[in-house]
Design a protein around this ligand. Structure first.
Ligand code: AHG
Ligand code: MN
Ligand code: MN
Length: 344
């Protein structure tokens, strides 16, 4: 039974705002608009098997990937709602080649980067998918109202003002952080409200799960292979072997690892010479989830040990290798990549 007397996400946002007398309410407004977009997408995802919304749209995106109808629906829903919300000055989407301007007269002080629907390959098979978002303050916050530009979007992850995701799974959940911990809200579809269900989420420091696409093993660096082999060895003292869990939707793999503990790895590989830095995108996937995991006590690094939130993006669709999850497990990965294996 849903707790309809619980704390709604809007009340949570307003309560947090009250702790900051200098706040103008614009971030709260932005998040509220995003939540409406998320509910719209959630309703469509839940109807996917009935509405004519499964399958391909017939288009190819900037990443060279086939666009599904639901990808397109989610992208348009967020774009249209946020373009006129008045709180952002520019957007960028995983699905679009260029920056997305906002409506004239609606320019605000924040920027928005989003992956409208993460886990596209799982859309048609009823497996959890999600939306990821990342919010920065525009570079010159005191500029007169004007459109933002690419430079406003190319900021490092540690400068995020807020980041989060909505997962459309056995229930719809929104998980986000404004830099004051990570909080999770579950949608009660009968009321259309998100209620606080997971306050102050913390990722277990050490886990027993790893998430990686082992089909790519032959394309990995030696350090990655040795690390995965290590996790599979038997050693009761260190809780090995670990179990493998790989869904193929980053949001879902991340969400499970956030709750149960775990490490997700998408390393550099030699599979596709046009994607030497792995598959995942810095602005839409790696940086927002890195912000969340750090707020929850975990770590996120590249496979050569660079903190994800320290990377200054050089382009909108830049890809990065990603190792993200429980702190101990990411630390151990780093040791393997440095060639310093310590069995602890
Ligand atoms: P998207 O659907 O937004 O394009 O992202 C897909 C990503 C990510 O969700 C997932 O972790 C990864 O692709 C899976 O890649 P592989 O199929 O190569 O394992
Ligand atoms: Mn994605
Ligand atoms: Mn996507």
């Amino acid at each position: 039974m849903a707790n309809s007397f619980g704390i709604t996400v809007s009340r949570h946002i307003m309560d947090s705002q009250r702790l900051h007398p200098e706040a103008t309410g614009e971030l709260s407004g932005l998040l509220s608009e995003l939540i409406v977009a998320a509910k719209t997408i959630s309703a469509e995802v839940n109807m996917a098997g009935l509405a004519d919304i499964l399958g391909m749209s017939g288009k190819t995106n900037i990443q060279g990937e086939k666009v599904k109808k639901l990808d397109e629906f989610a992208n348009n829903t967020i774009k249209r709602r946020m373009a006129s919300c008045g709180y952002i000055c520019v957007m960028t989407s995983e699905e679009e080649a260029d920056i997305i301007p906002v409506a004239d007269g609606c320019e605000g002080k924040y920027t928005l980067a989003f992956d409208p629907l993460d886990g596209s390959s799982n859309i048609d098979v009823n497996v959890s998918i999600g939306t990821i978002f990342s919010i920065h303050r525009r570079k010159s916050a005191d500029k007169p109202p004007s459109q933002g530009d690419e430079a406003d979007l190319l900021q490092k992850g540690s400068a995020q003002i807020a980041a989060g995701y909505i997962i459309y799974g056995s229930c719809t959940m929104m998980v986000f952080s404004t830099g004051e911990g990570v909080h999770g809200f579950t949608l009660d579809p009968s009321v259309g409200e998100f209620y606080l269900s997971h306050p102050d989420m913390k990722i277990p420091e050490k886990s027993k799960y790893y998430s990686v696409n082992e089909g790519n093993r032959r394309y990995w660096a030696d350090g990655v292979r040795s690390y995965i082999d290590y996790l599979k060895e038997e050693d009761k003292a260190t809780g090995r072997p670990y179990s493998a869990r790989y869904i193929g939707s980053l949001v879902s793999d991340f969400h499970r690892n956030l709750i149960t503990g775990g490490v997700f790895i998408y390393p550099c590989d030699s599979k596709d010479p046009t994607k030497p830095y792995g598959k995942l995108r810095l602005l839409y996937e790696a940086a927002p989830l890195a912000f969340i995991v750090e707020q929850a006590g975990g770590r996120a690094i590249t496979d050569d040990g660079v903190r994800i939130t320290d990377i200054i993006p050089d382009s909108l669709h830049q890809r990065v290798p990603l190792v993200i999850g429980s702190k101990h497990d990411v630390d151990m990965f780093e040791k393997f990549m440095n060639g310093k294996k310590e069995k602890k």
